[in-house]
Design a protein around this ligand. Structure first.
Ligand code: BMA
Length: 365
């Protein structure tokens, strides 16, 4: 990656490029935002040949527990928390106190601060309801985005929801009141057609307008702690990937969600998918001075016990990824097979420890 400009210098260069007075002329220290600090950290991680290992809802609940202070399935197995935790804003748009998976937003704020305090990083995704049908993100019975910029009912609703998301993210502060940087990854997997913002329900221009509206509303509130990720799904050509790209001024991380399916039999397909897509994403990121991430991956139920070292690590070997995030460990009471990291007693424990011990994936105490 050629993003090695020290961040202070980068801030000074940006000031200079914007035609404003330079640091020397004004003798004011250049302001380094929390977002720039996080980007610089991710850069140096990539340059060291490592990536943050991420897990969704890591400290909220695991396979056999929920809301137990300090608990984490990743920690129970490896002794450390994942270097990255992901959280989801779904239902924040309705001012709900809990997200779509029951995680209280107050708990989320505290855990984001705790993860930041221990030196880890946080990501935020968002599964909002369909603004017209009021069904969930997967309700594609109506296509709210068709013509939405000229439809005040939809535009106003989305704008209000985006503002709520911005207010929440802007409220994330550490013990000294400083904003905590987060990776925000709205409108993900848009190349598929399972969400109402998916490709069958929007034109590329409408998708880009939605993503840009989101960023513009955040910027209007002067949020300086957001690193923006773009993450379409698998099986795309470079042209398809770029067709809905919001633009270099809107995006910091070029990502892709690629899961493995079908246990042992699906390994080759997963490898092929990663090998077909990540190289052009990496190439585009390099040319644009952006970071790259495998924004979601995993094998549900870990039916291949050595998946982490036999499949995942070789698939991404040598790729300059800032992070690799796997999805949640649903509770066995409601989601018995919906987990992506092993928990104590699971056959994949030894391999996951090996994955941890390679030192390539960053975990945190
Ligand atoms: C999906 C599943 C769902 C969950 C959703 C949002 O992949 O885990 O059970 O509600 O993500 O977190």
């Amino acid at each position: 990656m050629n993003r090695l400009i020290p961040i202070i210098a980068a801030a000074a260069v940006m000031t200079a490029c914007s035609g404003k007075k330079t640091q020397q002329e004004t003798e004011e220290p250049a302001t380094v935002t929390p977002a720039q600090t996080l980007i610089a950290r991710l850069d140096s991680t990539v340059n060291a040949g490592k990536f943050y290992f991420g897990h969704h809802d890591d400290t909220a609940y695991g396979h056999t527990w929920a809301y137990v202070d300090g608990n984490s399935d990743v920690k129970a197995v490896t002794g450390q928390y994942p270097g990255m935790m992901n959280w989801d804003l779904g239902l924040l748009e309705l001012d709900s106190l809990q997200n779509l998976d029951g995680v209280p937003f107050e708990f989320m704020s505290r855990e984001i601060a705790a993860q930041h305090a221990r030196g880890g990083i946080n990501g935020i995704s968002w599964h909002p309801i369909n603004p017209v049908s009021r069904g969930n993100s997967w309700d594609t019975s109506t296509s709210p985005l068709h013509g939405f910029t000229d439809n005040p009912a939809v535009l106003d609703t989305l704008t209000a929801w985006i503002d709520r998301a911005a207010d929440f993210i802007g409220s994330l502060t550490d013990s000294e009141g400083h904003r905590i940087p987060v990776i925000f990854r709205p409108w993900h997997e848009n190349s598929g057609s399972w969400f109402w913002w998916g490709s069958d329900y929007t034109t590329p221009d409408e998708y880009i307008a939605l993503y840009r509206l989101t960023r513009e509303r955040f910027d209007a509130k002067d949020l300086d702690n957001v690193v923006w990720a773009y993450s379409p799904d698998k099986d795309l050509t470079r042209e398809q990937y770029l067709a809905t790209y919001p633009g270099d001024e809107y995006v910091d991380i070029l990502g892709t969600d690629i899961y493995q399916f079908d246990g042992e039999e699906g390994i080759d397909k997963f490898r092929e998918r990663v090998a077909a897509q990540m190289p052009f994403v990496i190439d585009e990121a390099r040319r644009r001075g952006k970071l790259v991430a495998l924004t979601e991956t995993g094998l549900e139920g870990l039916t291949v016990p050595d998946w982490y070292t036999r499949v995942l690590l070789p698939a991404i070997d040598g790729m300059p990824l800032a992070y690799v995030c796997v999805w949640r460990n649903g509770n066995e009471s409601t989601h018995p097979n919906h987990y992506y990291v092993p928990f104590p007693g699971h056959p994949a424990v030894d391999d996951f420890k090996k994955f941890h011990d390679t030192g390539k994936a960053l975990f945190i105490d």
